[in-house]
Ligand binder design. Structure first.
Ligand SMILES: C[S@@+](CC[C@H](N)C(=O)[O-])C[C@H]1O[C@@H](n2cnc3c(N)ncnc32)[C@H](O)[C@@H]1O
Length: 386
């Protein structure tokens, strides 16, 4: 509806690359992504995010609008006050990568007449695609940020779509319009709110990006059962910005700097190369499952040497592992109540003993009492017994 001539080339490009199925081809060819973008988008460089303005660089802005890449649409300046440190420009909304939008919509498996709840309206582009495919009255989208919700409403109106856009915390769903046949979340969750399960019909599907502080993230496809639980496997990867209520503490080094170091490091060396864990996506994902509330950061030196930093802000625990090219052992420091690197080593050893499972062998079950992770089948609950 919003611009067939402009939108069709992106749909063709995604189709040729194998990212767009016939079920969604027409919607992508009709909804013009550029009309959902603000005049200023943000591109990541080596030293942070830089604006690309439509008026100053119309050709570049236009090329980005129709390219298969995520575009940050809103940033906020976050001042690390506790650190006395610098102000960082942090993305708080984006237009997701078109191939990821296509994958998630395909995974949602909609059919005519179905109703859909979206969490994270952002630009409104995904809500427009759903409206194009299912009709406005079947689509409800919730956005937590009032400025972004208003911009999405304006984008949708000017392109001829009228789904219901609710300003509010999407982790509560939108009970006024429930139940939904399908629920799609477009911000990364760590804890799946039961409200989303409750508001999805039995047999309904919930597609959501899910992450940990060590790995953000994977795509989960849960099916709501008649007993009120929802369960399903990891079906792929998807890196999304966090649900506002669950954003992990960003600055690993702030934790390291603001807490007094322990007088005696808990151990002096490790034989486990950090790249064995963090250079392997399945090992890193598993470490994220088994070492909760932990973030990492890497500082590189000019000659291939690096330091891996781990931090749990809530307890002030941190660890560092230094790697020098060619070395078999790595100097290690662990401070605070948690021995974070030892936890990572234990998680890695468990992952190896379990046969180095790939991430798609894991899954999640959500019940009114909470959620649990599993390997291969819901009864094989994680964390494993030691
Ligand atoms: C990647 S963007 C969503 C992209 C969007 N679906 C589109 O088509 O442009 C993530 C959005 O989720 C929103 N968000 C984060 N936490 C939320 C929450 N708890 N409830 C609703 N929206 C949330 C952010 O403000 C941001 O706009």
């Amino acid at each position: 509806m919003s611009g067939e001539d402009s939108a069709a080339p992106l749909a063709d490009q995604l189709t040729r690359a194998g990212h767009l199925t016939p079920a969604w081809r027409d919607a992508f060819a009709r909804v013009d992504r550029a009309r959902f973008l603000p005049d200023r988008v943000w591109i990541r460089g080596d030293d942070g995010y830089h604006p690309v303005d439509r008026t100053a660089e119309p050709a570049r802005w236009g090329a980005l609008a129709y390219d298969d890449q995520a575009l940050v649409t809103h940033v906020e300046d976050v001042h690390a006050a506790a650190d006395g440190g610098e102000t960082a420009r942090v993305p708080c909304s984006s237009a997701s990568m078109p191939r990821v939008v296509a994958l998630m919509l395909d995974t949602l498996d909609v059919a005519d007449g179905m109703s859909v709840l979206e969490i994270g309206t952002g630009t409104g582009y995904n809500a427009a695609l759903l409206s194009e495919r299912l009709g406005d009255r079947h689509v409800v989208s919730v956005e937590v940020d009032p400025r972004i919700a208003d911009a999405a409403r304006a984008n949708l109106k000017s392109t001829g779509y009228a789904p219901t856009v609710v300003t509010g915390d999407g982790t509560l769903g939108s009970p006024a319009h429930a139940p939904y046949d399908r629920t799609i979340v477009t911000c990364a969750l760590h804890t799946v709110p039961y409200a989303l399960v409750e508001q999805t019909v039995p047999g309904g599907v919930i597609v959501l990006p899910w992450g940990t502080g060590l790995y953000n993230g994977v795509l989960l496809r849960l099916t709501r059962a008649g007993d009120g639980t929802a369960s399903g496997p990891v079906v792929g990867d998807s890196a999304f910005m966090w649900n506002r209520g669950e954003t992990p503490h960003r600055d690993v080094m702030a934790t390291v700097r603001t807490r007094p170091p322990a007088t005696t490091p808990k151990r002096a060396t490790t034989g486990l190369d950090p790249r064995s864990v963090f250079g392997d996506e399945d090992a890193a994902f598993t470490a994220g499952l088994l070492v909760p509330d932990c973030r990492y950061s890497v500082g590189h030196g000019p000659g291939g040497e690096f330091t891996l930093w781990l931090a749990d802000h809530s307890t002030g625990s941190w660890a560092s592992v230094d790697h020098t090219p060619g070395a078999d052992t790595h100097p290690l420091h662990q401070h605070g109540p948690r021995a974070l690197w030892s936890e990572v080593e234990a998680a890695y050893a468990w992952w190896q003993r379990a046969g180095s499972p790939v991430r798609t062998r894991y899954g999640l079950t959500v019940t009114p009492a909470g959620q649990h992770l599993w390997l291969d089948a819901p009864e094989h609950t994680l964390p494993p017994h030691p």
